[in-house]
Design a protein around this ligand. Sequence first.
Ligand code: HDE
Length: 733
Amino acid sequence: MATRKKNDRPLAPGAPASERPALSEPARPRGPLPPKPDQAGPDTVTATGVPTGVAPEAVAQQGKYLTTAHGTRLRDSDHSLRAGARGPALLQDHHLREKVSHFDHERIPERVVHARGAAAHGTFVANGAARNICAARFLRRGASTPVFVRFSTVLGSRGSADLARDTRGFATRFYTDEGNYDLVGNNIPVFFIQDGIKFPDVIHAGKPHPDREIPQAQSAHDTFWDFVSLHTEAQAHTIWNMSDRGLPRSFRTMEGFGVHTFRLANAKGDTSLVKFHWKPRLGVHSVTWEEAQLASGADPDYHRRDLADAIEAGAYPQWDLGVQVMPDDQDGYYEGIDLLDPTKFVPEEQVPVQVIGTMTLDRNPTNYFAETEQVAFNPANLVPGIDVTNDPLLQARLFSYLDTQLTRLGGPNWNQLPINRAHVPINDMLRDGFHQSAVHGGVAPYRPNSLDGGCPFTAGAKDGAFIEVPETVAESVKERRAPTSFDDHFSQVSLFYRSMTPVEQDHIVAAYSFELAKCFEEPIRVRQLAALANVDAGLCARVAQSLGLDAPEATVPPADQEVSPALSQVGGRWPLDGRQVGVVIGEDSPAKDVSTVLAAFDNAGVTPLVVAAHGGTVAQTTVQRTFATAASIEFDALVVVGAPGPAPDAQPSVDAKAGAAPAAPVDPRVVKLLQETWRHCKAIAAVGDPTALEVAGVSTDAPGVSVGTADEVTDGVLAGLAMHRAWERFPAG
Ligand code: HDE
């Protein structure tokens, strides 16, 4: 119960106003209240990385004795309490009921989109380049801010495969000293729709068919293409999905984009409009469609494993955060591009990306559920200096992310979960609700109040308050209408296709051909071809030919012929950190050559994985993969040292005496590894004996293939890895 202050007087019913206590609020803030439990930092080091004084084992449940949820030590957790060893279980068994009942409720609803994801902790360090345009303190030169990043696919369920052709989420939380800032972006800079009211439509169309719930995690089906061919503003995003961007090699090799235009304000209140970009230090790389399909079977956790393994190996992925800065004349256009239309991007040749800081991910989550699953991002989590614009897609997101957590995380207090807590004191007046873990002090969670000394007080600009940028709202007519500039659905789609290299265009043609061939309804294929005719006549003709349909004529005037080379991801030489090379050896492989190859890769920061016929030791080397467990998709290059030999269990055929062919000279599983590596245009090498390559049909003088001494071939492989793929070989039969 509240303690009354000395000068408080109970108000007599009907007392004249002159006798009532003064109603004015206290005018000055008093010192801070003692911290409430929910204001303390997260209980575990995993959410903050900062010691909290709470022993980790106290919350990690790694203490000495097993207890019930209420702390009573247990003697037995393996047998239920029964009426005799062979008798019925007793209702009295509290531990049985507690254990099974808790298990029954272990699952929470998965995210309605972006259900499948993987995450990591890290740090963002600002270089100060944003000082003239943004007042946010975490962008000051040298400021170091803890971050948590979750990458995801969009369409698939939580248990779906990582390498589905899809957009990837790239959501970053900055735990700044002004509160949480969430940059909830994607690996594609444009979106399917221009207005958030269409989001349920595009997602319903992309998710599995409602009758049989197939197909899982993919867009190659009728409802998706039905929608995007009818709602042609979706073509902007769809072509990125059909390009190599839909199949990242790794989360570490993806760009990230804020998508919308945001408004930055500096300390003087001057504003500018920006697009956010994350640029991976390792470059942007993808896998081929065949690899994606193989990975979906052989290793559905391909991206999740890659991220965790790289961090564990010390190959910490890094991204530079950059901004394209446009003047804010409050009409939202820049040289003919509508910056409020999220289906449009600003070519980097037109407005260069300026780097404002670098993010390093260096710590894997301790517990997937507590951190990766329970993290709840929200584009409305902004800090002073960063504000939203009137992009109608962003405006709807400002509502959706808070709303969805009420169901997914079971109530309004999800922001108290360790991974969601800001690393600053929280002084809200939100109270009660499911799973309230704070024990709030005070008696006056309302404003104005006098009983808690008027606390908490509102802050002014000088105290670091978030103040919306004053913006003149140009149109004041209440209406459901898009501006006419939103009607251009094709010009940038054409620009994107034209800017691709020939091999990237081949991939796009193949992707449309595959996806549309998976559609049952011919009118949908025909309608999508009509959309492609407005993108590029050549693209349309090639897809039409593959489908066995006629290519229609364009219905919109042709776009201009400019290109944006920055859109292509082919070319350049890139760091090798965390790349993996398969090293196939046999009993007769010279141990010296094997150790030379392994040492060279180790020194280059590349992880060699030794593959042999059986586990244990072969050629004095520890084996990491056998012919049965190795899959080409986990290697960025393949080296065969000496002759790997025939299958170890290959027996002479019973017909051998009758003159049948002898056992194959190279194990067929090695041949398959080589053939796939060849088709996927990865570097291949043989130390000494090239027999295995020849048996597999690998042309030894093709780009990206080297045969020679251990030193020669490792140089060749490292050069091939730096270029990612020898695309000259594509398509390789
Ligand atoms: Fe999201 N989106 N979204 N989205 N989104 C969610 O929030 C939504 C959009 C993005 O790793 C949900 O907590 C609406 C654009 C990412 O936890 C939900 C609209 C972009 C993630 C939601 C959009 C995104 C989400 C599902 C149209 C790129 C995963 C669970 C107005 C800029 C975050 C959740 C994570 C997640 C709604 C459009 C990115 C339902 C209504 C555009 C990366 O609130």
